[in-house]
Design a protein around this ligand. Structure first.
Ligand code: MGD
Ligand code: MGD
Ligand code: MO
Length: 757
């Protein structure tokens, strides 16, 4: 067996996880990433435009911007995302001539990303060893000829990652539907789909119900299955502010994440060296996927407290606004305390402490991310959160509600723009009326279904608007084989990644402008995005594009469309030239965008309508719904562990910025398994021992060799690894009921010591 560069553990160091996030180390890390990658001047200039009213939306995450902004409205990891984009365009003709595709495959993801921005369009024709330069026109002609040759439009699949602007997303889905398919899988399928489906069913909208200002009015904020210190650092500012105003914070997580313990605001100079704000009042070390049991335990306790002293269950709200209470209450009363406590892994005193807080305070916000959505019962997890809020009447009023914290900076906007394999018929009707082009009605493939269709040989063209489909999807080896069955794969990208190396017979890389860059078409253009709380605002880059040969995403879509449909009724050429015209079309087709061009030019943009936020539930019966879910039981064999795959502090999804996970005390290595010391002792494993991991699902075995064991404070029989390294172990057919989100936080795994090499 040969060793890959990732499997070299000579520099791996394990330290103690810090007690607090932010502070000086965050400032130092920010400057290191920004200045070494993009140069002092260009990097600093870019940072000063992040999230400013006349600047660009941070490509880091979807956390909203406050109305009153500081000159430095960014965080350490947002700065890394910006620095990563503001790199030189060194992936150019010379680069592609020098390195064959096989040479590139031998490199790590970290190396691939650190080569710089992609400078020009390139093609690899069937059998060639290298990518070669291609002109934009020839690239568009190649795509058009493949699309026009399809036996059926459903033999093409169009993926979207969540950085794509509203304008690009709207144009993209319009083109795909003009072609005649709804095959529009997106990263949301792997991310907050369980939140969308879960909330959609019970409150009538698949989005959160709070605004940023609600945090300052909240009395209790519960943060579940989320690691904001790394993934949404600007959220810590909101938590700190709420905390200073008296709110209590409850953190429900198998790991005691540093960002949730204590926080030193990196931009508050006076507190930079201090101890910081202690954030979590209660830490609840739930077992992986013990959340349904835990939430039911909390609600059962609330019922008991209400029996003792009525008023905790908000009966007036329940009578007026909801349905399903009687069955829900009966199920909770019938649950056994022993079972709930056992399945949650949380001790009774902690359950009581949290229940007391939830009983004593009416303004409750629950925030969550991937720790809840990426489970077989992901939809049930979210609906239990909704049950809790509804029972306390904590939805539809200021300072309370549901807050799914979105990942990619415009993933929510892309959905609003119609990037969805199951489009709303009213939206299709509106597009037919506006453009006079028939729209396909049959549902298309989501991400998992697209992978399976490719594997069956039912996909000829795979087109990706951003992202890294190969490494982000589950079951890497399966996805690799599936992608290679396509005739043509097209990647619209900014940086090199593994999806450029495992491709269809022919492959194109189309390099696009990033958020930070000036976009000139018929004059300077700007785009718009929607944040995690449904605020829509403008984003304008200020940097000179990394290369003259880049095109904007909207322009790329319009040119592909023009090449494919030279006689289209849709005004592709003018759409590509003037994004105001695209916004007019969005206004005509999507509710909530009245006066779009005018309102988006207001300094703070505008909020999209949200019924539940004001206590109106757009479900078929106009009520919010209580739902009943059984707590999942997991019978593990003696040698089995539940593995969750998570992000380190130095990565953005599949983009690896560096090899450290500072907040967990892991340095210079990513092939690690966080494991409970008692489990290690039982298995006879020492810190630093190398193990091969194996998952078996539906009779199929998947293996990932050589991971180093790190002792960690994590519940017994639970382990954690980083994605994408562990994605080979996530089975393609293990996904959430109804939302089809891969179960990236729940992979039953065994391990055995690795052979010495
Ligand atoms: N810097 C940076 N920022 C990012 C990203 C990034 O990669 N890097 N990615 C972006 C994207 S697309 C997304 S979706 C978000 C992701 O943001 P997160 O969801 O915070 O990301 P994960 O690392 O997947 O962390 C999941 C958290 O859930 C916990 N967890 C795992 N299983 C369970 C469980 O069963 N129950 C509970 N209660 N908790 C559990 C883990 O311990 C971990 O703290 O971040 C976005 N922002
Ligand atoms: N095991 C496991 N797997 C997971 C997860 C997990 O927690 N565990 N999380 C899942 C989640 S939540 C998500 S959202 C997905 C993420 O899946 P993706 O969105 O597909 O992956 P990213 O790594 O964010 O994509 C990175 C690439 O996007 C391109 N890019 C960056 N900026 C731009 C831009 O402005 N325009 C264009 N066109 N391209 C750009 C760059 O070329 C870069 O290499 O992964 C999922 N996969
Ligand atoms: Mo995500």
């Amino acid at each position: 067996m040969s060793r890959t560069p990732e499997e070299d553990f000579s520099d791996l160091k394990i330290g103690k996880p810090p007690e607090k996030a932010g502070g000086l180390p965050a400032v130092v890390s920010t400057m290191k990433h920004v200045w070494t990658k993009s140069g002092v001047m260009k990097g600093t200039a870019a940072l000063l435009r992040v999230n400013q009213i006349a600047g660009f939306d941070c490509p880091g995450c979807a956390w909203p911007d406050p109305a009153h902004r500081s000159a430095a409205e960014f965080c350490e990891n947002g700065a890394k995302a910006v620095a990563d984009e503001v790199m030189e365009a060194d992936v150019d003709d010379r680069f592609f001539a020098k390195f064959s595709i096989d040479d590139l495959k031998a490199q790590t993801d970290f190396w691939l990303n650190s080569q710089g921005r992609i400078a020009r369009p390139v093609v690899r024709l069937d059998g060639a060893s290298h990518y070669q330069p291609i002109s934009w026109d020839d690239a568009f002609a190649l795509i058009a000829s493949n699309l026009n040759a399809l036996e059926n439009p459903d033999r093409a699949v169009f993926y979207t990652s969540g950085r794509t602007s509203n304008e690009a997303a709207f144009l993209y889905q319009l083109f795909v539907r003009e072609l005649g398919t709804n095959n529009l899988p997106d990263c949301s399928n792997m991310c907050h789909e369980s939140s969308g489906v879960g909330l959609g069913e019970v409150i009538g909208i698949g989005k959160g119900t709070v605004l940023l200002e609600d945090f300052d009015k909240a009395e209790v904020i519960v943060v579940m299955g989320q690691n904001p210190g790394t993934n949404h650092p600007r959220m810590l500012t909101a938590l700190q502010s709420a905390k200073r105003l008296g709110a209590k914070i409850v953190s429900i997580n198998p790991l005691r994440e540093a960002g949730l313990v204590s926080f030193v605001h990196p931009q508050e100079v006076t507190t930079l060296l201090g101890q910081g704000t202690h954030l979590s009042d209660v830490f609840v070390p739930v077992r992986v996927n013990g959340d349904v049991a835990l939430l039911k335990a909390l609600m059962k306790r609330l019922l008991e407290l209400d029996d003792q002293k009525p008023g905790i269950v908000d009966r007036e709200f329940i009578d007026k606004k909801t349905a399903g209470w009687a069955e829900f209450e009966a199920d909770l009363r019938a649950e056994s305390w022993d079972t709930l406590i056992d399945l949650s892994g949380v001790e009774m005193p902690i359950v009581n402490e949290v229940a007391d807080l939830l009983a004593a305070n009416d303004n409750i916000i629950v925030c969550w991310a991937m720790g809840l959505t990426q489970h077989k019962n992901g939809v049930a997890n979210i609906q239990e959160v909704a049950n809790l809020l509804l029972m306390r009447g904590a939805i539809g009023k200021p300072g309370a509600g549901a807050c799914p914290v979105r990942g990619h900076s415009n993933v929510q906007g892309d959905r609003t723009m119609g990037i969805h394999e199951k489009p709303n018929p009213a939206f299709l009707d509106a597009m037919e009326a506006r453009f006079g082009v028939p729209m396909p009605r049959e549902h298309g493939h989501d991400t998992v279904a697209a992978m399976q269709a490719m594997m069956r040989g039912e996909v000829d063209v795979f087109f990706a608007m951003g992202g890294n489909f190969l490494s982000a999807t589950p079951d890497t080896d399966f996805t690799a084989r599936a992608l290679q069955k396509c005739a043509l794969t097209v990647q619209v990208s900014t940086k090199l990644n593994r999806s450029h190396l495992v491709t269809g017979k022919d492959a194109l890389i189309l390099p696009c402008l990033g958020r930070t860059e000036i976009d000139i078409q018929d004059g300077p253009q700007f785009v718009t995005v929607e944040d995690s709380m449904g605020m829509v605002h403008a984003s304008r880059g200020g940097n000179k594009p990394a290369s003259k040969k880049l095109m904007s995403e909207p322009a790329i879509v319009c040119q592909v469309a023009q090449a494919t449909f030279p006689d289209s009724k849709i005004p592709w050429e003018s759409f590509g030239a003037k994004y105001d015209l695209v916004r007019d079309a969005i206004e005509a087709c999507i509710p909530g965008f009245d006066d779009f061009n005018k309102r988006v030019r207001q300094p703070l943009g505008f909020a999209l309508p949200n019924g539940p936020r004001i206590g109106e539930f757009p479900t078929p019966d106009g009520k919010a719904h209580f739902t009943v879910h059984a707590a999942p039981k997991h019978e593990l064999e003696a040698d089995e562990f539940i593995m969750m795959t998570i992000r380190s502090h130095d990565q953005y999804n599949t983009t690896i910025y560096g090899l450290d996970d500072r907040y967990r005390g892991v340095y210079q290595g990513r092939r690690v398994v966080l494991m409970n010391a008692v489990d290690m002792a039982e298995m006879g494993l020492k810190a630093g021992a190398l193990v091969d991991l194996k998952s078996v699902f539906n009779g199929v075995t998947r293996e990932a060799p050589r991971f180093s064991i790190v002792p960690y404070e994590i519940p017994r029989r639970c382990i954690a690894t980083y994605f994408p390294e562990a994605n080979v172990l996530v089975p393609v057919d293990s996904y959430a009921d109804r939302s089809h989100t891969p179960t990236s936080k729940f992979v039953v795994t065994t391990m055995k010591p690795s052979e010495t090499l």
